[in-house]
Design a protein around this ligand. Structure first.
Ligand SMILES: C[S@@+](CC[C@H](N)C(=O)[O-])C[C@H]1O[C@@H](n2cnc3c(N)ncnc32)[C@H](O)[C@@H]1O
Length: 204
């Protein structure tokens, strides 16, 4: 088996795992015309699965800031992916989404060697993200590591999200090893939340 075949096989088993995740966490799909935003999508292996599960009329936008993925994304025939930074959502997406998905979002704080400090932009990202969610939208996050799971909970609470479920994913999703170094499995922890309540003042 050559390298490309190995690679495609790994993607296929990752997709099989994530398909089970979709069926488990979204067993009833009521709105078949939904808008979905997939942040930090990497090679967006979930793209065909989301369209299959949520319906062909789903408008899916996937976002990742790694320009180096472009040729692989083309090879894989991904159509929904925009190269862009989740810190600049206004530049890349318009309108509101019914579902925001973030698989294996790297929530660990980033070290800025130039300024010799650790900075963590994720609280700002999640605070801003709520502007792009309908009031009844769902945020579906998966995390690889336990510390990221607790950090996600902390950030979402701080930003006013209403956490509906947080648990160890009962479904094993094998890693495709493309975006995640050193982890045999991914989507290890799941958090489902709703955006902060938006108070609307009475207007005359
Ligand atoms: C651990 S990988 C997960 C990729 C994919 N969701 C998956 O589960 O296979 C994290 C991804 O987040 C992307 N990423 C990190 N920071 C980002 C940012 N500020 N804006 C957009 N994408 C970002 C990386 O380029 C990388 O593809």
């Amino acid at each position: 088996m050559d390298g490309a075949q190995h690679y495609l096989k790994r993607i296929a088993s990752e997709q099989d795992g994530f398909w089970q995740v979709l069926i488990n966490y979204f067993p009833n799909v009521c709105n078949k015309n939904s808008r979905i935003l997939d942040i930090c999508c990497g090679v967006a292996n979930e793209e065909p699965l989301l369209v299959r599960h949520f319906g062909k009329k789903t408008e899916l936008i996937s976002l990742d800031n790694n320009k180096g993925l472009e040729s692989l994304l083309n090879e894989l025939g991904r159509k929904s992916v925009k190269i862009g930074d989740v810190r600049e959502l206004d530049r890349h997406v318009k309108g509101k989404f019914n579902l925001v998905m973030g698989r294996n979002v790297p929530l660990n704080p980033n070290y800025d060697a130039f300024r010799d400090r650790v900075f963590d932009y994720w609280p700002d990202v999640f605070e801003d993200l709520s502007r792009f969610m309908t009031s009844d939208a769902t945020l579906f996050l998966t995390l690889v590591r336990e510390d990221e799971f607790y950090r996600a909970e902390e950030i979402l609470n701080w930003a006013g999200y209403r956490i509906r479920l947080k648990e160890i994913n009962p479904i094993i999703v094998p890693s495709d090893y493309i975006g995640i170094q050193g982890a045999d499995t991914k989507d290890s922890y799941v958090i489902i939340a709703q955006p902060p309540l938006q108070l609307r003042l009475f207007q005359c």
